[in-house]
Design a protein around this ligand. Structure first.
Ligand code: ADP
Length: 723
């Protein structure tokens, strides 16, 4: 009868189940229990053997001691949580019994093999998984052995333990202990491989479920997108339509989504073995040349040279034109995408003999940014994008995964070698076969559309290029966003209410914020060169820009980044996809708060208490007031001195001051002097001349005129009315 270990183990697990234990502890509990049982069987066998066959009743007592220990341990084992303690205490007890029994037999050499029983105890402790107890158990066992070694000359071996009896008992115990260890190891290994198989199965199922989800979701997206695409197309074709541009944009964006969906569906179909090859027999060199030539205009638009280096036009083999086109299109569009203007791409096709037979070698070489070595093993994974490139170029990380699957479907191989900063070489090798039927046109008519491959590249007039919106009466908003599409959308939403300034990364954003001192900043977080948080950090620690309210716009909706954004000083946080109204409202509210603050700060106040806790804006005003206070008697003190003191240019100071107070610095300085003069005039023992001189007015009639203009009364009236 075949022992079904899986069922047996399941039964044992059910018997030992304890909800308080972790799966790992449960596993250890199982193996320690099996060890207890297998050694128990040995103990019962040895009691019988020693008693009936060797007639050694005097040492059978130790076996009985073991029996008592086992019974207590087995009762406790399923009841208490600390099964490891049960094992360790029981086995310590056994070690001591064995020690006493060996003292009785006359030491190690006449131990009847009981010396092995100590090893059994230590093994049990290892399985229980409590390291401290295991060490203690080994120390105890070794101590008993050392003690027995020292005591041996003084011990007496009873007459009934003859050399023959000793040998037989030794053999019996040695065989038993080894059998127990072997049994355990075999079971353990079987269990481990079963565990690994179950894990692999679980992962496979998870992967299948994911693929199914992608497939279903993609299918659901495809229908509405196709309808959107169709309507957009109709709109672009309708004569006299004013919104042709917008319709064209909808069409491009929905095409990009449709392409992504196609790639997702392709990948799941290939994996589910649902895609068949439709091969024809033809001239593959000519065909590749044709496909490559389709990308020339795209390369030209991107100012990249596309060369057909060497194409052997005499290679005839079986190939699936559509799938080969997909492979080439992915490789070529990537090469164009990741090569800077001025770079070059070359394609070559040749025949090569390999150990597996003749094959076609297709090489796509570019002088682009290259791929770091550590990323190379992953680039054929689904959704994998090289970190350094991902925020600068559009893409999803699916193209190469599909390419890889398609090449494998064609029984070919794809490899890549790359030198970061210098370029990459993608090599596809396909076996040469001659079984399909010959196609007259080498498969050209099978190609549905190369255009579809190009949608992500359609040259768009960038938002930065397009922006011409000098509207000085509107608030200046700086948008910092690296994604051209999002930028374009933001411009379309905000251009009617704001004068816009655009930056494509944090570094550029910071430079523009310092040079233009905008009224508001709207920024993305993940950007090349300098991310949004770093930019905000710089802005908020620079006196020229620390007052500018910032709204962070990001796809990272997690709490931590929200907190760090707000901690650094962002005023609001919006998670993409954001609601247009919410964005407009938040920007408007921030300006409203500014306006209220301007009303308060615009009136010059001689702040008496310099220790007051100021917010960033008040801090600036406090500093300015202190500066004015110090130089109040100095008639010549003015805007140039303030610029110097704050290390700002005149336009920077002007914009910052205007944002804080909605008034000019010059006016504020004058107003400050007059407030101070009014205060002095109201105090005892100061006349008009003294008050004017003390506040930097050397010309009395000018003082009287501006005083009147500011307060609607003359300085002497204030001076007279004091109480
Ligand atoms: P996508 O281009 O949509 O991001 P792919 O699967 O086609 O996805 O490519 C995965 C990643 O491999 C890309 O994001 C890019 O970082 C890198 N890569 C692919 N081709 C090239 C290339 N010719 N030069 C540099 N990097 C490349």
């Amino acid at each position: 009868m075949k022992l079904n270990t899986a069922i047996l183990l399941e039964k044992i697990d059910r018997h030992l189940a304890d909800a308080r234990l972790s799966p790992e502890e449960q596993l250890r509990k199982r193996w320690a229990w099996i060890w207890i049982l297998s050694t128990l069987l040995g103990v019962i066998a040895s009691i019988v053997y020693f008693l009936f066959f060797l007639n050694l009743w005097p040492i059978t007592w130790s076996g009985l001691g073991f029996l008592v220990g086992y019974i207590v341990a087995l009762i406790l084992y399923t009841r208490v949580r600390r099964f490891d303690l049960v094992i360790n205490i029981t086995f310590s007890f056994f070690t001591i019994i064995v020690f006493l029994a060996m003292l009785q037999t006359g030491g190690l050499s006449n131990s009847l093999g009981l010396v092995f029983v100590g090893i059994n105890c230590a093994m049990g402790s290892v399985l229980a998984g409590n390291l401290r107890w295991t060490i203690a158990m080994f120390v105890l066992y070794c101590s008993t052995i050392i003690a027995l070694g020292i005591a041996e000359p003084y011990l007496h071996t009873p007459d009934y333990i003859t050399a023959e009896v000793n040998t037989r008992a030794f053999v019996f115990l040695a065989v038993w202990i080894n059998a127990c260890i072997l049994f355990l190891v075999v079971l353990f290994m079987k269990d481990k491989s079963r565990y690994e198989k179950a894990e692999a199965e679980k992962l496979k199922k998870l992967d299948e479920a994911k693929t199914l989800l992608y497939t279903n979701v993609s299918h659901e997206f495809r229908t509405p997108l196709t309808i959107i695409n169709g309507i957009a197309e109709q709109m672009t074709e309708r004569p006299g339509n004013q919104n042709k541009n917008e319709a064209q944009k909808i069409k491009i964006q929905s095409n990009i989504l449709l392409r992504l969906i196609k790639q997702m569906l392709d990948i799941s179909k290939i994996q589910a073995k649902g895609i068949q090859l439709n091969e024809i027999h033809g001239n593959i060199g000519k065909y590749i040349q044709y496909i490559t030539s389709q990308f020339e205009s795209l390369a030209e638009t991107n100012r990249v040279e596309l060369k057909i280096q060497s194409i052997d036009e005499n290679i005839f083999t079986d190939y699936d034109p559509e799938k080969l086109m997909e492979v080439l299109a992915n490789l070529l569009s990537n090469a164009i995408k990741f090569t800077k203007p001025g770079g070059s791409i070359s394609v070559s096709v040749s025949e090569k003999r390999t150990d597996d037979g003749p094959c076609v070698l297709i090489l796509v070489t570019d002088t682009g940014c290259g791929i770091p070595e550590k990323e190379l093993p992953h680039i054929f994974d689904r959704f994998y994008r090289v970190r350094e490139n991902d925020s600068q170029t559009p893409g999803t990380g699916l193209g190469l995964a599909v390419t890889h699957e398609l090449v494998e479907l064609m029984k070919g191989k794809i490899t890549v070698s790359s030198d970061p900063g210098k370029g990459s070489i993608f090599t596809v090798s396909l076996p040469i076969k001659k079984t399909a039927s010959i196609a007259e046109d080498d498969g050209f008519s099978n190609i549905k559309s190369v255009d579809e491959q190009l949608v992500t590249f359609i040259h768009k007039e960038s938002a930065v290029e397009k922006l011409q919106n000098y509207q000085p009466d509107k608030p200046l908003l700086l948008i910092v966003e690296d994604n051209e599409d999002v930028l374009e959308y933001l411009v379309s939403v905000l251009e009617s209410n704001y004068q816009l300034e655009l930056a494509l990364n944090g570094k550029q954003g910071l430079e523009k914020a310092i040079s233009h001192i905008p009224d508001l900043i709207l920024t993305d977080v993940m950007m090349p060169e300098m991310d949004g948080f770093e930019m905000i950090d710089h802005l908020k620690s620079d006196i020229r820009t620390d007052h500018i309210p910032v709204i962070v716009l990001t796809a990272r909706g997690d709490f931590d980044s929200k907190i760090s954004g707000l901690e650094i000083g962002a005023d609001h946080y919006l998670v993409k996809p954001f609601n247009k109204q919410e964005l407009v409202l938040k920007l408007h509210n921030l300006l409203e708060i500014r306006r209220k603050m301007q009303l308060k700060l615009g009136v010059a106040q001689v702040v008496p208490d310099g220790k007051q806790e100021y917010r960033q804006e008040l801090k600036f005003m406090g500093k300015l007031n202190a500066l004015l206070e110090k130089n109040i008697e100095n008639e010549d003190f003015g805007v140039p001195d303030i610029c110097l003191a704050f290390n700002m240019s005149r336009p920077q100071l002007y914009r910052k001051f205007k944002a804080l107070t909605n008034t000019s610095v010059g006016k504020y300085v004058r107003s400050y002097r007059l407030q101070k003069a009014k205060q002095l005039l109201a105090s005892e023992g100061i006349n008009v001349t003294e008050a004017a001189f003390a506040t930097g007015f050397k010309n009395l009639s000018h003082f009287s005129a501006v005083f009147h203009e500011e307060f609607g009364c003359s300085p002497s009236e204030v001076n007279k009315n004091k109480t």
